[in-house]
Design a protein around this ligand. Structure first.
Ligand code: FA5
Length: 319
């Protein structure tokens, strides 16, 4: 009886099979164990003790087999339920690229169409690339420790992406047509259009016969592509040690009531060409450096640069 019952429980594949086996062997009315119990009454007294012990052993074995069979078929039922392919799914919350990263991607795309490749340079720079090779003399106020983040001797967090102009020209002969996008650092006082860490896009084009007219055309075409056909920009005379002549470029801010500086630009100074071993008698070039935050702000109507760094999802969700 015990062997047959244990086999029946072990082979039960569903809750119904388990119940059928339970009724057959452990049923209170006509179960086989019950019948065995009935037989106890018919035995002579001296045989009752041994039979009773044997009966209890069999009963425990059968109950254990029943428990095991029940938990086995239950586990299988749970496993089957766990993959109900007909249930509607839960949509995962997807993130997306930060507006500044999106702006950088678009700049690379637009200037790429104008034939500009992408160059890179380190954020921790040496003073030679940040100042010396850019024709910024040792006593120039731009080097003031109060206006720069100096690190150990001779190194600093770059204050402008113009460093990459130098790195590119040092590493290849003309012609050059590149942009470089990156972080720059300055201890500026933070306000709606200034941060102590921001991004610039640098542009450099060097070849025989490059003119200021080419510079203005490229910047106008760029502004129209990125900010829209109706954007207004203007050029003001300015000064940078590494360009001559130099200009500052303003854009009419959203709302149309004020001009905001977008960047600096100019014709590469012959001293810069000499510092990198280019022949200023043979080639000319233009360079520009634009603030990426301000471009992004003008494009999307953002009023405060600080919103770009706070990572408030209510703000970021809008891009
Ligand atoms: C320069 O950094 C020059 N290297 C640009 C240049 C490149 C001139 C090549 C000539 C040839 P300037 O310091 O003006 O220039 O900065 C350029 C732009 O960076 C500014 O017009 C502005 O858009 C942005 N910018 C400057 N300071 C900040 C700041 N603290 N926060 C956010 N944007 C800034």
């Amino acid at each position: 009886l015990q062997d047959r019952a244990v086999r029946a429980f072990a082979s039960a594949g569903s809750p119904d099979d388990v119940e059928a086996a339970r009724v057959e062997y452990l049923g209170q009315k006509q179960g086989r164990l019950k019948s065995a119990q009935e037989r106890l009454k018919t035995l002579p007294n001296e045989a009752k003790k041994a039979y009773g012990q044997r009966f209890n052993g069999v009963k425990q074995a059968l109950e254990a087999a029943l428990d095991a069979a029940r938990s086995r078929v239950e586990r299988r039922a749970v496993a089957d339920d766990a993959i109900d392919v007909t249930l509607p799914g839960t949509a995962p919350r997807l993130g997306h690229r930060h507006p500044l990263a999106q702006t950088a991607d678009e700049l690379i795309d637009i200037f790429g169409r104008f034939g500009f490749a992408v160059a890179r340079g380190p954020e921790v720079e040496d003073v030679r690339h940040n100042f010396d090779a850019l024709n910024i003399p040792p006593v120039h106020p731009a080097r003031d420790p109060l206006d720069n983040f100096y690190l150990s001797e001779g190194t600093m967090l770059r204050s402008q992406t113009s460093t990459i102009q130098i790195r590119v020209m040092e590493s290849q002969p003309p012609p050059v047509r590149v942009i470089a996008i990156g972080r720059v650092y300055r201890p500026d006082t933070v306000d709606a259009t200034h941060s102590f860490m921001f991004h610039q896009v640098e542009g450099l084009m060097v070849d025989e016969g490059v003119t200021m007219g080419d510079l203005k055309t490229v910047l106008r075409l760029f502004a129209r592509s990125y900010l829209g056909e109706d954007v207004q920009i203007r050029f003001r005379p300015s000064f940078f040690p590494f360009t001559e002549p130099s200009v500052e470029v303003d854009m009419l801010w959203h709302g149309g009531r004020r001009w905001v500086e977008m960047g600096g630009a100019g014709m590469v100074d012959p001293n810069v060409f000499k510092a990198v071993g280019y022949d200023p008698e043979r080639v000319t070039g233009f360079a520009f450096g634009l603030g990426i935050e301000r471009l992004c702000m003008r494009r999307h109507g953002i009023d405060d640069i600080r919103l770009l760094y706070q990572n408030d999802v209510r703000f970021l969700d809008q891009f």
